[in-house]
Design a binder for this molecule. Sequence first.
Ligand code: AMP
Length: 191
Amino acid sequence: MINIVLFGKPGAGKGTQADFLKHKYNLVHLSTGDIFRFNIKNDTELGRLAKTFMDKGDLVPDEVTIKMLQSEVDKNPQAAGFLFDGFPRTIAQAEALDKFLEGKNQEITATVALEANDEILVQRLLERGKTSGRPDDQDEEKIRNRYQEYNEKTAPLMDYYKAQHKFYAVDGIGAIDEVTERLSLVLDTFQ
Ligand code: AMP
C-alpha cells in the first residue's frame, strides 16, 4: 500500500499530474478541492459552507475538511493506496491524517511537491479561470490570497514531512509528460 501526498501551490499542476499517477500506480485520487466543488454543484450543506470560504480564496476550516477527507477514505476500503491532492494543507490536517492512518495500520509513504515560480502560477491560474468557471481562478486578488494562505498555513508542512524523512520535490515546470516522468522517478522507489 502506498499513500502519496501531492503537494504544491495552486496552479502547480497537482490535478493534471494526479490524473496520470492514479492510473499508473493504481491509487484512489482524493482531491479535497474537487470534492468541495462537487458538493457546491449539488448544493449540499457542506457545499454551501465551503463556498463561503472558497470564493474568497480562504481555506475551509480544518474540522470540516478533515471530517470530509476521512469519510472519503472510508468509502474506499479496497483501495491499494491513496493519492491525496490538496490535502493536507495545514499542520492540524497533517497531524489528523497521520493519526487517522495509524488507526488503520497505515501511513503516508511520501510527499512530493511540484515546485514552480509564483508569477508563472498566477498567470496560469488567470488563464485557467477563462475556461474553468472557477470564481477563485478569475480574480487576481483572490489568487494572491490563496498564495498567502499557502505561505502561512501550508508551506510549514514541508518541514513537517522533512522531519519524517518523507519530503521530495520535483520541478513542476515543463511539458506535462516530463513532469509526470520526474514524479515517477520518485514514486517508483516505493513500488
Ligand atoms: P484546490 O482545488 O485544491 O485549488 O482547492 C480550491 C479551494 O478549496 C481552496 O482554495 C480552499 O478554499 C478549498 N480547499 C481545498 N482543499 C482544502 C484543504 N485541504 N483545506 C482547506 N481548504 C481546502
